[in-house]
Design a protein around this ligand. Structure first.
Ligand SMILES: Cc1cc2nc3c(=O)[nH]c(=O)nc-3n(C[C@H](O)[C@H](O)[C@H](O)COP(=O)(O)O)c2cc1C
Length: 261
């Protein structure tokens, strides 16, 4: 998008863009580690209680985890431990700069949903490692941009709470810290079911608050029939992908243009 040189663990292009990246040198890796800490410190100074490090959706840290994109032969590739090293060093660097009272969460995939990509078994081990190395919270998502269907933002053909079966497995592995899960959690009933069933300690919602920004307030006040429930049609996503302003097929007032509706 910016025209800048793309860097990756190894010279493997994303199918989405086809652009050939260059493998990161140790110097580049060190700079990235340092920059995570600098960015986190900036947020701490601005008053935030914590940060969430994105290590899912096929972004850099997720690529380092994955054998499909990480073919390195140095200390950052070749084994699960080595492939997790960058994320661990990022965690340590933020912790050193922001201190023990700063919350550091990690957003990780439960599966990459691509042949040769990460599966739940590996992710449960990575989750444990992140817990051991100082993560305060894990937020479980799924999919990468190259996945054949689009699990990052699950469409209506996926069941509600689709990733909660996997967050349950991760919760058993990283058992000391809170585990949050996202993915088609768009009614209070499915949210409650996931919590009661111990599949996660917290739930996260994206589109539920696009279709109805008052969703949490309505849950609290028991105004169930008034809720405008997201059908997972992904009209919002389509707009973003064509670089247009977000819209919603069931919330005409999303951008506050029609206050009187
Ligand atoms: C329009 C739109 C934009 C999104 N942008 C991002 C993003 O920039 N970073 C990210 O990690 N997730 C992004 N997501 C994914 C959401 O964080 C969430 O994981 C996903 O929508 C699934 O949750 P849901 O079923 O509650 O919507 C986006 C989702 C939508 C619908």
């Amino acid at each position: 998008m910016t025209g800048e040189q793309i860097v990756c663990p190894s010279a493997i292009p994303s199918k989405l863009t086809g652009v050939m990246p260059i493998p990161m040198t140790k110097k580049m890796i060190n700079k990235v580690i340092k920059n995570y800490a600098i960015a986190s410190k900036r947020l701490q100074k601005a008053g935030y209680d914590g940060v969430e490090v994105h290590a899912g959706h096929g972004y850099l840290l997720n690529q380092f985890f994955s054998e499909l994109y990480n073919k390195r032969t140095d200390e950052y590739g070749g084994s699960l431990e080595n492939r997790t090293r960058l994320a661990v060093e990022v965690l340590h660097s933020i912790r050193n700069k922001c201190g023990k009272d700063f919350i550091i969460g990690c957003r990780i995939n439960c599966q990459d949903y691509i042949e040769g990509g990460l599966e739940i078994g590996d992710m449960a081990k990575i989750a444990k490692k992140l817990e051991d190395e100082g993560a305060d919270l894990l937020n479980i998502t799924a999919g990468i941009f190259d996945s054949p269907f689009y699990p990052v933002i699950p469409f209506m053909n996926q069941p509600r709470g689709v990733y909660s079966e996997y967050s349950k497995i991760i919760k058993r592995s990283a058992s000391k810290i809170p585990i949050c899960v996202v993915g088609r959690i768009n009614t209070p009933e499915i949210a409650e079911e996931i919590l009661q069933d111990n599949r996660a300690d917290m739930v996260a919602m994206g589109r539920a608050v696009i279709s109805d920004p008052y969703f949490p307030q309505k849950v609290q006040e028991g105004r169930r029939v008034e809720m405008v429930v997201c059908p997972a049609c992904n009209a919002c996503l389509n707009q973003i992908l064509i670089e247009e302003k977000i819209s919603c097929s069931i919330n005409a007032n999303l951008l506050g243009r029609y206050e009187d509706i």
